[in-house]
Every structure is written in structure tokens, then in C-alpha cells.
Design a protein around this ligand. Structure first.
Ligand SMILES: [Zn+2]
Length: 364
């Protein structure tokens, strides 16, 4: 099925009409009159897609507002003459929205894009950047994106391939049955999910065009930007962006505000990589998910979580329990003080399956 921006807009307007929402109708009409040059499918939204939180002068944590599915947080570094964007969100549409909206921060051009790792929610916007922009990533990140791996696997399957159409069908059913007072919110959620699906259909993964395996330093204006590979962790090729003068680090998913996704991780090595992160002189972390935080306590919290996760999964593997059944037996509530979301036993099975792969020598 071919979807176009116009077709998609039609869907939004139809939904809005059904819900009788004057506010959204106005917003959608704004879309129609907005500059559409280069706007990819999947970039239809009302208002702003990102909030830019200035962490230190010229360095912003770009967080999704909810008006558009964007996946991860991006970070934006505005230098004397140019801009570096760290991570490109989950679709060409989301990346396009970020590039448009950062024009309110600065007229300077984006010259470099950094992918902290290969995951779809961090790298699927790469394609909107032209040949005047250098996309930098670890050699491993390039290999995984070039192989098409970001469009398959446990996480993509759960959130996109089967998950997104299922969520759309669910929202449609709920919208049809909802009382009038609930239709506005459901129509908005459905429009956002439909936009995300449209965006996923025009995706062409674009791997980094400049790679490294250890470290790479950019000096732009007076600012030093160190790209560092500290070891395997959340993936086989995570890099962190370290600004030594600003004492700030952009961590992707190597360290996030909550517990990071383990399904492609290297749990045996991740704690040692976090120890190397700790050795850097920084105070502020801009994570790939969650809010900016200060200090290094979260490094301790996540090392403790990872070691416990690995120990429990290893015991279940030894006992011969299949990964999905084992996931239900895992209990991480001992870490609820540090991670308040851990209110029930059981974990996402992806992480347990990953530990099994590590133990069986099939993790890559
Ligand atoms: Zn990730």
C-alpha cells in the first residue's frame, strides 16, 4: 500500500472530523499551509515535536513532546560555525522535524551527525542528511546498519513490524467504542501512530559515512568534542560523546535514566565499560532515554542491576528454563529504590534471551 503525505493528512482530517475536534482541525490546516519542501512521510504533526533543553550554553537535550513519535532523545551541540546532532531518532520524519525545529536555536548548518549505536530508534533518521553532512559512528554500528539489522530482530518486531499495526488496530477499536469525552485523546494517539507507520514505510537505513574503532576527536570553534568507544555494553559498538571542558557526556543507551534495554547487550562486559565511563571527568549526563542527570550514582545503580540480572538469568539457564518462561521468574524488585518502575516481578524476555546467547556463545 502506497502512502503519501497527502493521503496521510486525509486520514488525520477524517479522524478529526469524526471526533469533532476544532483544536486539531486548526492544527492540521496549519500543516497544509506549512512549508512542505522536503517534508518526508511521517513528519505530519501539530505544534512542536521537540523541546530543546539547554544544558550548558550551546548544548541541548532534545526531548520529544509527544506530538510525534521520535523514539530516543537527541542532543544538539551548537559550535562557532556549525551544529552536531547526536542520534537521529526513529524515522526520517522525526529527524526532519528535529532539523527544522533546531532552526529556532541557530541559523548554523548541521555538519556532523553522530550515531551512538545502531538501534532503529537512534539511527533511522540518518537518511534525511545529505552529502554535506558527515554521519559518524563506530565501525560496528556501520556494519549492523549496512547489513539491514536495524529493521529486524526482537525489538523492531515488538515495537514496529507487528507492534505498530497491532497498536493502530487497538486504538481504532477503542476509538470506535469510546464515549465522546475520550475520543479526542484516542484520535490524537491514533494519528501519531499512523504517522509513525507512514514514516517507517519510507525508511532506507543509512549507515555512518565516517567510522572509528577507538576514539575520534572533533575540534569545532573553541569546543573539543571527544567520541569514545569504551567497550561493549548496550550493543557491540556504543560510543559516548564527551565534552571535557563542559564536563558533560552524551551516553546514548549505554547509561540512561532508567534501566537500559538489554536485548542486544553484552552483560558480562557492560559493567567494566561503565567503570571506564566513570573514570571520565564529567558531572552531567544527557541520556538517550529519560531526563538529564548529574553525578555518577546511576553508574553504581545500573552496574548492580546488570550483575543481578545476569546472575538470575544464568541460574535459570543452568536450570534449563527456556528464556520466555525464565523472564517471568526473574525478579528485579530489589532495585526498586533506584528504579521505581520495577514494581512487579518478571522482565522483558529479550534481555534473558540475550544472556542465554552470551552463555551459548552466539551473541554478536
Ligand atoms: Zn538502544
Amino acid at each position: 500500500m502506497v502512502r503519501t503525505v497527502h493521503h496521510h493528512r486525509g486520514i488525520v482530517l477524517t479522524l478529526v472530523a469524526a471526533a469533532g475536534l476544532a483544536v486539531l482541525v486548526t492544527a492540521s490546516v496549519d500543516h497544509v499551509s506549512a512549508q512542505d519542501a522536503g517534508r518526508p512521510a511521517g513528519a505530519t504533526y501539530a505544534g512542536k515535536a521537540f523541546t530543546f533543553n539547554e544544558v550548558v550554553p550551546g548544548v541541548y537535550h532534545a526531548v520529544g513532546t509527544g506530538a510525534l513519535a521520535v523514539g530516543c532523545n537527541a542532543s544538539v551541540i551548537v559550535n562557532a560555525d556549525d551544529v552536531i546532532v547526536v542520534d537521529t531518532n526513529l524515522s526520517p520524519g522525526a529527524a526532519w522535524a528535529l532539523r527544522e525545529e533546531l532552526k529556532s536555536l541557530t541559523p548554523k548548518p548541521v555538519r556532523y551527525v553522530v550515531n551512538t549505536h545502531w538501534h532503529w530508534d537512534h539511527a533511522h533518521g540518518n537518511q534525511i542528511y545529505g552529502p554535506d553532512v558527515t554521519v559518524i559512528g563506530h565501525e560496528y554500528t556501520r556494519a549492523r546498519l549496512a547489513a539491514g539489522d536495524s529493521m529486524k530482530g526482537r525489538s523492531y518486531e515488538m515495537f514496529i513490524t507487528t507492534g505498530l499495526p497491532a497498536r493502530i488496530a487497538d486504538l481504532k477499536a477503542k476509538l470506535a467504542a469510546a464515549p465522546a469525552a475520550d475520543k479526542a485523546s484516542l484520535a490524537s494517539q491514533l494519528a501519531i501512530a499512523e504517522t509513525q507507520l507512514a514514516g517507517s514505510k519510507v525508511l532506507v537505513p543509512a549507515p555512518p559515512t565516517l567510522t572509528f574503532t577507538d576514539h575520534l576527536t572533533l575540534v569545532r570553534g573553541g569546543r573539543e568534542i571527544r567520541l569514545l568507544y569504551l567497550g561493549r555494553a548496550h550493543t557491540g559498538g556504543d560510543i559516548v560523546v564527551f565534552l571535557p571542558k563542559e564536563r558533560l557526556v552524551i551516553t546514548g543507551d549505554l547509561l540512561v535514566e532508567g534501566t537500559s534495554y538489554i536485548g542486544d547487550g553484552f552483560t558480562a562486559e557492560w559493567p567494566a565499560t561503565l567503570e571506564k565511563l566513570r573514570a571520565l571527568d564529567f558531572d552531567t549526563t544527557l541520556p538517550g532515554h529519560g531526563a538529564v542527570f548529574r553525578g555518577k550514582a546511576k553508574i553504581d545503580h545500573f552496574i548492580a542491576y546488570l550483575r543481578d540480572f545476569r546472575r538470575q538469568a544464568e541460574a535459570l539457564h543452568t536450570a534449563g528454563v527456556p528464556a520466555e518462561a525464565a523472564a517471568a521468574k526473574m525478579d528485579m524488585r530489589a532495585h526498586a529504590t533506584n528504579y521505581p518502575a520495577l514494581t512487579t516481578p518478571g522482565v522483558l524476555w529479550h534481555g534473558v534471551a540475550r544472556v542465554y546467547e552470551e552463555l551459548e556463545g552466539t551473541a554478536r
